[in-house]
Design a protein around this ligand. Structure first.
Ligand code: AHM
Ligand code: MG
Length: 344
């Protein structure tokens, strides 16, 4: 007997169908992107499965190693990185290089001859917010796709240093009560939810748009004493009572950038990980945290800034570079910039 749930699954717009339909209206599309997204979705499903079994199998806790950022590596950080490597390593004809928070050096996918090698590089934070894992709280993955190998004479590592506005696609996966995949290829932002019974990501929101101003701010307020005066005054301002101006804002901070940005994408507001005294570059990584989320948020009507310049215009100098990040609703990011730059 066919149930209404079966009907739903049969008529659902899966990630693959959605991308194929999008390609049909863009005759210049090659189909390569659908393959990349299918492999990203595969890695996401493997990670979601590992996370759902954390506590049952031996995946919790630390490996005893530190990553390129000097941070303790969780077993699930490593397993999540492996899920992406496995999804792409079988063939270098599409994605030639993987750059990950969990790998010191860019990973060259295969030894195919130069003319046969893929023209994409994939930048990854395989498990964002991984310190949340041990307390069974939300985590995410972030990805960014760039076209590489186009400028003859540039060495492979310099060639990876692309600015955010050159991204071909970007997105994130949020492993929460359900697993959500959000992506953009420059044609709007689309949201999919994993149906674990059929193993498919199903379209849940087409063309996500975010409010131009929100009511929520996300920041690690324990760092208040390390911020610039302008940054401190901005957060003081958000906490002031001004009912006509929609203040005070509510404070929400999960310890997972993907979860906090996803909240803003839905309800508006601003996330901040600013520069700190003695740490002018902030904490978050430009190429696989800030830039992909900036692409998503901009495509949904929001914006992202270092406090002084747009994230999407920043020229990276290394693939693991850190950057201060102010991201969210357009008006809220603009107010933050005004305070940080001393214009208010
Ligand atoms: P990670 O990629 O190593 O997990 O670090 C990034 C995370 C973000 O998800 C989160 O917003 C931030 O670091 C939390 O940092 P802090 O504990 O300093 O507030
Ligand atoms: Mg991260």
């Amino acid at each position: 007997m066919t149930t209404s749930r079966d009907n739903l699954a049969q008529t659902a717009v899966t990630l693959t169908r959605h991308i194929l339909e999008e390609q049909a209206v863009h005759p210049e599309a090659t189909g390569e992107f659908s393959t990349i997204m299918a492999q990203i979705a595969l890695a996401a499903k493997l990670i979601a499965r590992n996370l759902s079994q954390a506590g049952l199998i031996d995946v919790l806790g630390l490996t005893g190693e530190t990553n390129v950022q000097g941070e303790a590596v969780q077993k699930l950080d490593r397993k999540s990185n492996e899920a992406f490597v496995r999804a792409f390593e079988y063939y270098g004809g599409l994605v030639r290089t993987l750059v990950s928070e969990e790998m010191d050096q860019p990973f060259q996918v295969s030894s195919l001859p130069p003319g046969k090698r893929g023209k994409y590089a994939l930048f990854l934070d395989p498990l964002d917010g991984s310190s949340n894992v041990d307390v069974n709280a939300t985590v995410g993955s972030i990805f960014s796709v760039h076209k590489v190998g186009e400028q003859a004479g540039r060495d492979a590592n310099t060639d990876l240093l692309k600015i955010g506005s050159e991204q071909v696609a970007a997105g994130y996966i949020l492993y929460g009560p359900s697993t959500i995949l959000v992506y953009t290829d420059g044609g709007g932002v689309h949201q999919f939810t994993l149906d674990p019974e059929i193993g498919e990501f199903v379209l849940s929101v087409r063309h996500v748009r975010m409010p131009s101003k929100g009511k929520v701010y996300s920041v690690n307020e324990g760092n208040y004493g390390k911020w610039s005066k302008g940054m401190q005054r901005f957060v003081d301002y958000l906490r002031e009572k001004d009912p006509a101006g929609g203040r005070p804002y509510s404070s929400r901070y999960s310890g997972c950038l993907v979860a906090d940005v996803h909240r803003l994408l839905t309800t508006g507001g601003v996330y901040l990980y600013p520069a700190e005294a003695g740490k002018s570059e902030g904490k978050l990584r430009l190429m696989y945290e800030a830039a992909p989320l900036a692409f998503i948020v901009e495509q949904a009507g929001g914006s992202a800034s270092t406090g002084t310049e747009p994230i999407s215009k920043l020229q990276p100098t290394t693939v693991h570079q850190r950057v201060p990040l102010i991201i969210g609703s357009r008006e809220d990011v603009s107010s933050a910039e005004q305070f940080i730059q001393g214009r208010r």
